[in-house]
Design a protein around this ligand. Structure first.
Ligand SMILES: Cc1ncc(COP(=O)(O)O)c(C=O)c1O
Length: 479
């Protein structure tokens, strides 16, 4: 049973109709009278529905004519540029750790700032109360839980629930194929240590999640930054050129679904080609599938691992963004490297504690996870659209913008090659925290980009923050 008020349920219905194109920009919304007759609702519910859609920026009221579907304002901003599939620069030792840490520290020193830098949802977006109840039920049924050691590789119940979930992403994994980790970051560390030695070359997307660059730096690996499309992900042509030009690439790390920071989704045909290419070249393929469940569509996005025929793809993921930022629960399906990854995990940190795994297993098997994800997807979509519209409305000409089909972030190209670090500093002065593009590549190639998080419900405060940010960009761009 949907607990949302009737007008919100109707608004969702019409929002979906607009998204699907059944009601196109410029079309007339059914009149208030038609809504009353069609859905058997009162005048005030029909009016509230239209007003709610208007407040979401989806409808506009025209005097004496009724409500009309509004063209998205962000159509006025061009999308960020596609990269050229050129030969990448040679692999480099990463020297970004200090830069990233310094930027993070500067941001953290301003806890009062509005945080548009975090690639995660606001606490209100996650089912903390339901998870708390599940954890309490687990402890009631297993009062001796804290007195028993945790099973090797994680609890069977959680691994079985993950294996069940994996089916939706078209992977066929048994519970034994999965090792529970401390978030995706531990999974990535294990995967890289399993397939590469210090000094080896690893191909990565460019731009990429700065945490990955930090991991590579910590492991003494060299990164080969491969041009990556905001629409289709890593350039397979550039990867092929790179593998011919620079022998000895040990691994490729990609975020095939809703890449951070671009939001790209690799088409299934590319996933299949990439899996076959890596297999043929004996290069390990490491997939970070952190965001896959957060697409606009309720149909799950297939994992790269779904196209793996030989165990060459290592699948890494976590619940940090999708279910519980406060639990450090991730996992790895290491394919043919399982014995080595098991050994590394055991040597590195031993199994994760059991309570959170068991609570989540219960939540997943009860169907709570799927219901939560449906709500979260709809909420994030609305938040991205609202922020995208605000950026389009307030930022100066020359700004380019990507509103991706899922996830938490907008990727913005600043006008006039304005330095994102200057924007970062000035925004922080004004109590707004953003992620400057300089964090997302070892080279300075993305210095004039910004990532803005849309993890929080839209509010007047956010609208004003985007307005202030835009004014500041305009001032810096013209000074
Ligand atoms: C692509 C990607 N992978 C991994 C992580 C972090 O994963 P976890 O918190 O599960 O360790 C992030 C967080 O920003 C991310 O964007």
């Amino acid at each position: 049973m949907d607990a949302a008020p009737l007008y919100r349920q109707l608004a969702t219905h019409y929002r979906q109709a607009i998204a699907a194109g059944a009601l196109a920009p410029g079309d007339r919304m059914p009149s208030v009278r038609a809504l009353m007759a069609r859905h058997g609702v009162s005048l005030s519910t029909a009016l509230q529905t239209c007003r709610h859609l208007e407040s979401q920026g989806l409808l506009e009221a025209r005097p004496r004519s009724g409500y009309f579907v509004r063209p998205p304002r962000r159509a006025t901003l061009a999308p960020v540029e596609e990269p050229h599939p050129s030969l990448p620069d040679p692999a480099q030792y990463i020297g970004i750790h200090q830069r990233v840490s310094a930027i993070l520290a500067r941001g953290q020193a301003r806890p009062d700032a509005l945080n548009l830098a975090v690639a995660c949802g606001a606490p209100s977006l996650y089912p903390a109360a339901a998870l708390q109840q599940a954890a309490m039920r687990v402890l009631r049924h297993q009062p001796e839980l804290f007195g028993r050691p945790v099973p090797f590789n994680g609890t069977p119940a959680f691994r079985a629930a993950l294996a069940q979930q994996a089916l939706a992403a078209r992977m066929t994994l048994g519970a034994d194929d999965i090792i529970v980790t401390h978030g995706c970051v531990e999974a990535l560390n294990l995967a890289l240590r399993a397939v590469a030695q210090p000094g080896d070359v690893v191909a990565v997307e460019s731009p990429t999640f700065y945490g990955l660059l930090q991991i590579l730096e910590n492991l003494g690996l060299r990164a080969l930054e491969i041009p990556t499309s905001p629409q289709t992900g890593i350039s397979l042509e550039a990867l092929d050129l790179a593998a011919d030009a620079y022998a000895n690439i040990k691994a490729v790390v990609v975020v095939p679904n809703l890449q951070n920071p671009l939001g790209a989704i690799m088409p299934d045909a590319h996933k299949a080609r990439l899996a076959a290419w890596a297999e043929a070249r004996s290069i390990a393929l490491i997939e970070d599938d952190t965001y896959a469940a957060l697409g606009n569509d309720d149909t799950p996005l297939p994992a790269l691992k779904a196209f793996d025929t030989s165990g060459n793809v290592i699948h890494c993921a976590s619940l940090h963004k999708t279910l519980a930022p406060g639990m450090r629960l991730g996992w790895i399906a290491p394919g043919k490297w399982r014995p080595r990854v098991e050994m590394l995990k055991y040597a590195q940190s031993r199994p994760n504690e059991a309570l959170s795994q068991l609570a989540v297993a219960e939540f997943m098997t009860s169907g709570g996870f799927e219901r939560h994800l449906r709500r979260l997807r709809a909420q994030l979509r609305e938040q991205r659209e609202r922020m995208g519209e605000a950026v389009a409305a307030y930022f100066p000409a020359g700004t380019r913008l990507n509103v991706p089909p899922g996830g938490f972030g907008l990727w913005i190209e600043l006008p006039g090659k304005l330095s994102s670090e200057r924007v970062f500093d000035a925004a922080l002065e004004d109590c707004i925290r953003v992620s400057p593009g300089v964090m997302f590549a070892n080279s300075g190639r993305f210095d004039h980009y910004l990532r803005l998080s849309c993890g929080s419900p839209w509010s007047r405060e956010l609208d004003q923050a985007i307005r202030r940010l835009a004014a500041l960009v305009e001032r810096l761009a013209t000074s």
